[in-house]
Design a binder for this molecule. Structure first.
Ligand code: GRF
Length: 192
């Protein structure tokens, strides 16, 4: 596929970047123009470098407040002219103005069956509640945290003796399947 026919995307990470890796490894009609992290020690940066993808670090600790950080992040993202922004374990609350700027062209993956368990510690909360199923959701990002329209969900069983860690590992396998799938659907114009 010619480079010009690929959907330009920018991926934001904060950590391991295993979802980023699944997107790199999938044969998608996209061009990852950059991987941006708010943490210099995010292993996902190494994954990007190994794949020959440009990287950038924008450390939130060097900004006085959320608005100034988000303004700088927006300028950095836009310098790559993406048509889709992919949040892949980017552990920051985003300001409303930032989210509105990317309305309809920013996705996130969340490790729960939304609308259940927005926010953190999703696996511990699902086990604690006695749920028999957990999962993950790819959704469009809207100003309300983890509340935007769902694109794809995957479900896994919660097994006797599961800990948040064993459940997280089972869910993560499904994240690696559905995130590339959601991006493909967007790139091919199947969803908007
Ligand atoms: C994933 O569980 C994702 O759902 C959550 O953060 C984690 C990121 O993992 N938002 P990785 O950095 O992609 O390995």
């Amino acid at each position: 596929m010619p480079e010009s026919a690929r959907l330009p995307i920018v991926v934001l990470i904060s950590g391991s970047g295993s979802n980023l890796q699944s997107i790199i490894d999938a044969d998608l009609p996209i061009e990852i123009r950059a991987v941006i992290s708010n943490r210099a020690d995010a292993y996902g940066l190494t994954r990007a470098e190994q794949a020959g993808i440009p990287t950038a670090v924008l450390d939130h600790k060097t900004f006085p407040d959320r608005e100034s950080y988000d303004a700088a992040l927006q300028a950095l993202i836009d310098s790559y002219e993406p048509q889709l922004v992919v949040l892949a374990g980017f552990m920051r609350i985003l300001s409303d103005g930032f989210v509105r700027h990317y309305e309809g062209r920013m996705m996130n993956i969340h490790p729960s069956l939304l609308p259940k368990y927005r926010g953190l510690d999703t696996h511990a909360r699902a086990i604690e509640a006695g749920d028999t199923e957990a999962g993950c959701t790819v959704h469009f990002v809207t100003p309300e945290l983890d509340a935007g329209p769902a694109i794809i969900q995957a479900t896994v069983p919660i097994l006797d003796g599961d800990t948040p860690e064993t459940l997280a590992a089972r869910v993560l396998e499904q994240e690696h399947r559905i995130y590339p799938e959601a991006i493909r659907k967007f790139a091919e114009g199947e969803i908007s």
